[in-house]
Design a protein around this ligand. Structure first.
Ligand SMILES: Nc1ncnc2c1ncn2[C@@H]1O[C@H](COP(=O)(O)OP(=O)(O)OP(=O)(O)O)[C@@H](O)[C@H]1O
Length: 457
């Protein structure tokens, strides 16, 4: 190990809780290979009984991918590290391949972690990756509203991101330069694979990487400093939005949110609009927050008085009794076979209780709720019914087939709301609003922070 290595690995890993082990995501590139060796050294020194599993995803997209995965397997065997190769099988999309590969990669990493009872995945993203990400996002955002940009996109990658509301992805090398990791590997006489797409300037990231290299270290420091400021702003905005959600939002009935009109004059318009965007995406089951400009326009119209409008698949109904949000009736999923752990309509996690049944999941529908006697004395019953009509219910796939109907008993599945904009990836910047909305709608609580004695922010 390098002379400076003990201090380095303590600096990199001592704030992370390894009680339940870790998966190291190792592509075989320099950064993740260095991550693996540094982590192994750290765990050997501090917690030798902690479980460590290296996982390589073979996307099957390049000729060399299988042999690169084998090279990682060999290194792991030499170092006494458990290793698993996960192969991305099945159809690959013809457009949006990098994004699909990324989603598949995290799904497979999570699957490998879960199989070992591990809830922590470490990746080798470096400060170079961070600067590239921030520059790519800022190029994409050029000309868009600046406060939004400074508040969110420019924050770059978070130190930790919760995947599927379940596993933490932690990036311990975000503050470390790629060149330092390569120096470390050279010193150790350990080689790595160079992915040819990393230098293929037909792609955006390699172009940005080449441009950054040309600008020198100072420019990179400036970019990282801006990202750090944006991350602080994003966390502050999220904390303020969370506070507003707790003060002004309620859930009077399943699928129906009520906002106190006092939210419109809460003296923090930025946070109120941010809270509104998160709630709209959640009510509508949409993974992305609605557009900033359209959300601001809606906020202004709400200030002007009563209205009924739709944004982000959500009906916003402002009447005397308050501002109500619910999933619009249009575009609800048609009846389809239930799959355990599926997220239905982007809003509801379905857990099957009885897997032997062939179940169909479908919206309850307006007819089924028509005669329901629901009244809380405050909320208009018509709104409660409209919201309930968009909730999932089950039918047996063999209904009308002459087979005996299911025995009466508990429902064959459990339904749990999810915080749609954060249910796939929750960056640690957004933990406060995610937690507040989870409490509001009755989503599962967040798992414990991956950082020992620190907040995950
Ligand atoms: N095929 C893969 N298998 C396992 N982990 C991967 C794979 N591809 C990427 N990762 C993880 O994601 C991180 C960032 O990915 P990215 O595509 O930026 O890196 P890379 O150039 O493929 O590899 P490296 O960062 O190791 O040089 C990697 O450091 C690694 O932890």
């Amino acid at each position: 190990m390098l002379a400076t290595e003990p201090e380095l690995s303590i600096r990199l890993f001592s704030h992370i809780d390894f009680t339940h082990g870790a998966v190291a995501a190792v592509s075989g590139g320099s950064d993740s290979t260095a991550l693996l060796l540094l982590l192994k050294h750290y765990l050997d020194q501090t917690s030798p009984s902690a479980k460590l599993l290296a996982v390589t995803v073979d996307h099957g997209l390049r000729q060399a991918s299988a042999s690169e995965a084998q090279a990682v397997a060999k290194l792991c065997a030499e170092r006494g590290i458990a290793h698993r190769i996960m192969v991305w099988t099945g159809g690959k999309p013809s457009t949006g391949l990098p994004a699909a590969a990324r989603v598949a990669r995290y799904r497979l990493l999570a699957e490998a972690a879960r199989a070992e009872g591990i809830g922590l995945i470490l990746t080798g993203h470096t400060s170079d990756d961070q600067a590239e990400t921030v520059l790519m996002r800022s190029a994409r955002n050029e000309g868009r509203e600046s406060a939004e940009m400074a508040g969110r996109g420019l924050a770059g990658m978070a130190q930790a991101t919760l995947h599927d509301w379940s596993e933490w992805i932690v990036r311990p090398l975000l503050g470390t330069r790629r060149s330092a990791l390569r120096d470390f590997l050279r010193d150790q006489h350990v080689g790595w694979a160079d992915d040819p797409t990393n230098i293929d300037e037909a792609f955006e990231r390699p172009r940005v990487r080449a441009a950054l290299d040309g600008e020198g270290a100072e420019h990179m420091q400036d970019v990282l400093r801006l990202a750090g400021q944006a991350a602080v702003e994003r966390r502050e905005l999220g904390a303020a939005a969370a506070d507003l959600v707790r003060r002004f939002a309620r859930q009077p009935a399943t699928g129906l949110m009520r906002l106190d009109p006092a939210l419109l004059t809460a003296h923090d318009d930025r946070a109120a609009i941010y809270a509104l965007r998160i709630l709209l995406a959640t009510a509508g089951g949409v993974a992305f927050l609605p557009d900033q400009a359209r959300s601001e326009a809606l906020f202004d119209r709400l200030r002007a008085g009563f209205l009924c409008a739709t944004l982000s698949r959500t009906v916003v109904d402002f009447r005397r009794a308050g501002i109500f949000l619910r999933r619009e009736a249009r575009g609800l999923p048609p009846a389809a076979a239930a799959v355990d752990h599926m997220v239905w309509d982007g809003r509801r996690r379905i857990t099957l209780r009885d897997r032997s049944d062939a179940l169909l999941i479908a919206p309850l529908g307006a007819a089924a709720v028509k005669r329901l006697a629901i009244d809380d004395g405050q909320t208009p019953a018509s709104l409660m019914r409209a919201a309930l009509a968009g909730e999932p219910t089950s039918r047996q796939a063999f209904e009308n087939t002459g087979l005996p109907p299911r025995e009466p008993g508990p429902p064959p599945f459990a339904v749990r709301p999810v915080v749609s904009p954060f249910s796939r990836f929750l960056p640690s910047f957004d933990l406060a609003p995610a937690r507040a909305v989870a409490e509001l709608i009755g989503a599962s609580p967040l798992p414990a922070s991956p950082f020992s004695g620190h907040s995950a922010g």
